[in-house]
Every structure is written in C-alpha cells, then in structure tokens.
Design a protein around this ligand. Structure first.
Ligand code: UDP
Length: 407
C-alpha cells in the first residue's frame, strides 16, 4: 500500500507540502492515463506508482490500457524501432492495422476525464475523439525521437499536433511541432519494492533462491530482451574484460505485453552464451520487483549498454542503489550520467570492456561514482519531482498561451 505521507522522511516536508498545494489547486480535475501494457517496461513501472499517489493527493486518476492483436503489436514495435532511427520494413498494412485498432479501442475506453494523458505512439491515435469530448489531451513520448524515420514520423505527427501539449524526456527529442512541448524527465520511486532499502538477509535469500552464485563480482544488465538494449554487445564486452578480471555476467530480463520481439532476442542471447559458466541469463516474471532490487544491490557493476534509449529507468534504479553504472551515451542516459562523475558513458563494446576492467580493479573509484550517482538521482529523478512537474502541467492547461500563472 502506497502512502503519500511516507515520502516526508525521504524528500522533506517542503516538497510534500508543495505537492499538496498544487494538487489542491486542481480542484478535483480528473485524469486518465492511457498506455499499451499494464506490466513490463518503464511506462508501466512509473504509472503503477504515479496513479495511486495522484489519487491520494486528491487528483482522481484512472489508468486504462489499450488492447490490440499480434499484428498491431508487431506494427507498433516496428514504429518504435523506426522512431528510434532504426531502419524497418513498414507496409501500408501496418498503418491500416494501427488505424483500425485505434477505432476498436475508442469503442471500449472511457475517455471522459478532464485530462486524457496518452503515453507513446501505440495509443496516440485515440486523440481522434478529442474534438467530440471537448476535454484536454496530453501526449507523452518516452522514446528517443531525435532521429526518427520520416515515414513513421509523418504518419504520427498529425496525430500528435491534435494534442494540447506534448511531453518529452530530454531536449534532444523535441520536434518542430505546432503544439506546446514540455520537458519532463521520468523518475523512480524510492519506496517501491524495486528501489526501497533491503536488509542483507533479503538480498542473500533472493540470490540463493534464484541460484545466483556470489563467489565472483557480479556484472549485471537488467533489461527487456530487446536489440536496442544490446545484450549481445554486453556479452562481447564482458568476454573482452574477462581476459583481465574475474567476474560473472548476469543478464536479467523479462517480457512486456507490447513487445513481440523479446522471445527471439532471448533465444539469440541464450545461443550466444551456451556452455559459458561465467554468464547467467535469467528470465523473470514482470512482477519480480524485489528480485531485481536484490540483484541490483548484490551487483558490483551495473551495465546499460543501450544503442538507443528513451530514458533508461534501470540507470536511475542502479544509481539510487549507489552502484557504479557503465551505460551507452544515448537518449536520456546522459541526463543521468555525467561521465566519470556520476557513472561512465561508453560508445562501444571495447569502451565498455575497458571500464568493466577499471571498475572491478578500482573499487574506491567505483564507490565514489555510485555515491555521486545516488545524490544526482535524489535531486532530479525521484517520483516527487515528477509528480510536481505533472501537477504544474495539468494546471498550465487551464491557462493556454500564458507564460505566468498566479495560483
Ligand atoms: N524491468 C523489470 N524486469 C525485467 C526488465 C526490466 O522489472 O526483466 C524493469 C526495470 O527495472 C525498469 C523498467 O522495467 O524499471 C525498464 O525501464 P527502462 O526505462 O529501463 O526501459 P524500457 O523497457 O522502458 O525501454
């Protein structure tokens, strides 16, 4: 059970008082979040915590998930990759199945709230109902749109332009649009099972139950099995580093309902590590929050070697646990990691291997990176900051075109 008052000792009363005040000024404005999966991936992770807290603050908030068939999710995964700038074969049929799935969902969903808050491209077309409903709509993009495939963006942009406001995670993702754009970074919840402090006995028990030996330093990446998270690059980097340091690589992943590629990527990963006794591949159900928390806390180094990334919540999760993180310098990751201050940014397999070796060999340096990273997350990427940004955004919708608002 999430209780808003529990955040007071973590972030201080000034922060929680301000959130109450802002929520109060919304005078019961109702909000409905819409996305494409109830579990798996960063968006579901955030909404699971954000929605109950908004309700406790007196902002009646609902969360609905669109439904689609296999063809819809295959098409939207291609859109997702293409918007990240990865070349894809997209057919007219993909666009047609997208349109018809929006229609099907419009017949099912209740979108009557004062504010409809739509996440990512999968449900973006629901905005067709906006004019009839006369309410306010926000589209939040969680992916890196800095170099989108023009065909998919040309399809999506006219939908996005119908919203009252758009939200991006980093300045580089903002596009030339005729509607307001707001920059709001994602966040992690310090009190969730994924991130709360765990006693050493719990960490030990989880690792024992999952059969993860602790005889060597653990080098871990937690990610959906997705090519853009570069699990194969992680394995190659680890193999290079293993020539110099001892350690065990742990690849932890699960699936998301809206990601049909996971199984295939997992099979490729398993094939690549077959027979290696220093690499563990662990598939966990999407509710394994305490397990992931324990694994991150038991790790010596955490990797997030993404080739493309919206934000990378796993980076904030690891930094919050005081861990040294080596991550790809892509998408929203550089917001979280300043190279050699709050972590390590890399651009290649070789660079990742070099830094694995360095951080295993220099534990004091690794510890300092982790400490700095934790403070950086405390200041910028906790759920309370995110809540404040959303409340301000909701309030600002009542004052279109105004730069200053007196509450
Ligand atoms: N996650 C999880 N189980 C897994 C893989 C990932 O619970 O097997 C969580 C991870 O801890 C993080 C989220 O899913 O909270 C992934 O968010 P991120 O922004 O890193 O990537 P996305 O999947 O949204 O691209």
């Amino acid at each position: 059970m999430i209780r808003f008052d529990d955040y007071v000792p973590v972030v201080g009363e000034a922060v929680t008082d301000e959130l109450r005040l802002l929520a109060d000024r919304l005078h019961g404005t109702t909000v409905c979040h819409v996305n494409s999966t109830p579990v798996g991936g960063g968006v579901a992770e955030i909404l699971t915590r954000m929605v109950p807290l908004l309700n406790q603050l007196g902002v009646p908030t609902d969360w609905q998930v669109i439904k689609g068939g296999d063809r819809f999710y295959a098409a939207t995964k291609k859109f997702h990759n293409a918007l990240h700038g990865v070349s894809q074969e997209i057919t007219e049929d993909d666009f047609a199945v997208y349109r018809s799935t929006q229609e099907d969902n419009l017949a099912q969903l209740n979108l009557n709230s004062d504010i409809v808050f739509v996440h990512d491209p999968q449900p973006a077309g629901l905005v067709a109902r906006k004019a009839a409903l006369g309410n306010r709509w926000i589209w939040r993009c969680h992916i890196d749109l800095s170099n989108p495939d023009p065909r998919v963006w040309t399809f999506l942009a006219p939908l996005v332009e119908q919203y009252d406001a758009t939200v991006f995670s980093a300045p580089a993702f903002a596009r030339r649009l005729g509607v307001r754009q707001v920059l709001i970074a994602p966040s992690i919840d310090p009190l969730s099972n994924k991130n709360r402090d765990l006693p050493p006995e719990t960490i030990d028990a989880v690792l024992t139950r999952l059969d993860i030996p602790r005889d060597k330093p653990l080098i871990t990446q937690v990610s959906r099995f997705d090519r853009l998270k570069d699990p194969i690059g992680v394995i190659e980097a680890f193999r290079l580093a293993r020539a110099y340091v001892d350690g065990r690589l742990l690849l932890v992943g699960g699936s998301a309902d809206d990601d049909p590629e996971g199984k295939q990527v997992l099979a490729e990963v398993r094939e690549r590590v077959a027979g290696a006794d220093d690499v563990l591949v662990l598939e966990l159900p999407p509710t394994s929050h305490v397990e992931i928390n324990a694994i991150q806390r038991a790790s010596t180094v955490i990797l997030q070697k993404s080739l493309k990334e919206g934000f990378g919540l796993t980076v904030s999760e690891a930094l919050w646990k005081g861990k040294p993180v080596i991550a790809g310098a892509v998408g929203g990751i550089p917001l979280q990691i300043t190279h050699r201050h709050t972590g390590i940014l890399t651009h290649s397999v070789e660079g990742t291997a070099y830094w694995i070796k360095q951080l295993i060999n220099e534990p004091d340096y690794a510890r300092r990176l982790g400490e700095n990273g934790r403070e950086h997350v405390r200041e910028h990427f906790l759920l309370t900051r995110h809540l404040r940004d959303y409340l301000l955004l909701f309030l600002s919708l009542n004052y279109p075109g105004e730069d200053f608002i007196c509450l």
